[in-house]
Design a protein around this ligand. Structure first.
Ligand SMILES: Cc1ncc(COP(=O)(O)O)c(C=O)c1O
Length: 407
């Protein structure tokens, strides 16, 4: 019998004793959730605008997700890629039918999907008569994951530090600066990889002209344009894929996070020749595309596409930005540098060095959970089913925190 810890204090004490110390955690132990609200082990209730770092797209314990999990538990959880399974095919069909892509390759995490894209780019070059091409150009301030290749693809020294020598084959351009990409392209370039909206890098949407320029450049050079939509795909921006805001179609694109509503699943969606590159024996993973994760992804996509979630995301996202100008920027003009976002990924960039004090005060005084990224950008990535009333609660908490700080 497992003896339940049962309180915040006991979970935290044991957590500090037994968990590896590679994360800084807030001092609460999550017990359960409902919609946009979560409860800790002591029964305190919080408004969740972290959303599992953009994972809980349908909110906590959505009834369709709960029913799907129950059904899966009683049918089949895993069968391996030696066989077909219906949820994997249904999910891929939905992704293809609602995008520019032709095929779906499954993975288990955002990093793994990006690792797949990097391998795809190298093989694509070889398949097309360019064995010398192996370099992927990525952007400064980007984030692509924590495996050795994807942390190297990430354009941030803080993510590289301690892990040298890094794998070869990555160069870093300035995000939203086409010339800086042009300056790096040479005979060794295999692909360009970018987030259409940088998430960890401070909630920075790409300029449409930048992405259009990248598309043109890739077409001219015969190299791949690869998007990382791990954070901003799966409905986060109010469209299924963020690229759909821009009228620019990448050759392939990684998605993860909200796709499985909390169960690990990721995918590389690819089109044209990029959808034919990874042949048997070149890539794969034991768990990827299993029936459990795919059934949840299939249900998640069905709810997103057919139950008004994307429309809600776009509408409440606009409301968020309009109200943030009124409630936060106008009241604290000296503290706010910029408010930006797309759908329900939004950031308030501060003029201060850090936003952590605001995050801590929202948590302690208002029981509102937000986070701080890229040093001084307050980031809001709630479930896509959040309401305007909940936006008001969150922004009131931010306003109160800034007032308390004397900002
Ligand atoms: C844009 C982007 N790419 C990749 C990753 C890595 O995903 P994962 O943590 O699932 O490996 C993240 C995670 O935050 C991300 O935001």
């Amino acid at each position: 019998m497992i003896q339940k810890f049962g309180s915040n204090a006991e979970v935290i004490e044991n957590g500090d004793k037994y968990l590896y110390g590679n994360h800084i955690r807030m001092p609460i132990a999550m017990a359960r959730g409902e919609g946009c609200w979560v409860y800790d082990e002591d029964g305190n209730k919080y408004l969740d605008y972290v959303g599992g770092i953009a994972v809980n797209g349908l909110g906590h314990c959505h009834p369709r997700i709960a029913a799907c999990l129950k059904e899966r538990a009683e049918t089949m959880l895993h069968c391996s890629n030696y066989f077909y399974n219906e949820p994997a095919v249904q999910t891929a069909k939905m992704l293809v039918e609602n995008s520019c892509f032709d095929k779906v390759l499954y993975a288990n995490s955002g990093a793994e999907a990006n690792e797949g894209q990097i391998k795809l780019a190298r093989k694509y070059a070889k398949d097309h008569g360019h064995p010398e091409r192996f370099v992927v150009i990525t952007m400064k301030n980007s984030f692509h994951g924590r495996t050795l290749a994807t942390c190297t693809a990430t354009g941030q020294y803080g993510v590289h530090r301690y892990f040298e020598p890094l794998p070869d084959g990555f160069r870093y351009a300035e995000f939203n600066n086409l010339q800086s990409v042009l300056d790096l392209v040479d005979e060794y370039t295999a692909a360009i990889l970018t987030e259409p909206v940088q998430g960890e890098g401070g909630v920075r949407p790409a300029d449409p002209e930048f992405l259009k320029g990248l598309r043109k450049l890739c077409d001219e050079k015969g190299i791949l344009l690869m998007f990382d939509e791990v954070q901003v795909g799966s409905g986060r921006t109010g469209k299924l894929f963020a690229y759909q805001h821009y009228g620019v179609e990448p050759d392939c694109c990684s998605i993860a996070k909200a796709l499985g509503s909390g169960v690990p699943i990721a995918a590389v969606c690819a089109r044209g020749d990029a959808a034919k590159t990874l042949t048997p024996g070149t890539h794969g993973s034991t768990f990827a595309g299993g029936p459990l994760a795919c059934a949840l992804a299939m249900t998640t996509l069905d709810v997103m596409l057919n139950e008004g979630v994307l429309d809600n995301c776009a509408k409440v996202g606009e409301y968020f930005r309009a109200r943030a100008h009124e409630v936060v920027e106008k009241k604290h003009p000296g503290a706010v540098k910029e408010i930006r976002g797309l759908g329900l990924i939004n950031g308030i960039e501060l003029t201060k060095e850090s936003g952590q004090e605001v995050v801590d005060l929202c948590f302690r005084d208002s029981k509102v959970l937000i986070n701080n990224t890229s040093g001084n950008v307050l980031r809001f990535i709630p479930p896509l089913v959040t309401t305007e009333e909940e936006v008001d609660i969150v922004l009131a908490a931010v306003d109160q925190a800034m007032t308390k700080l004397g900002w």
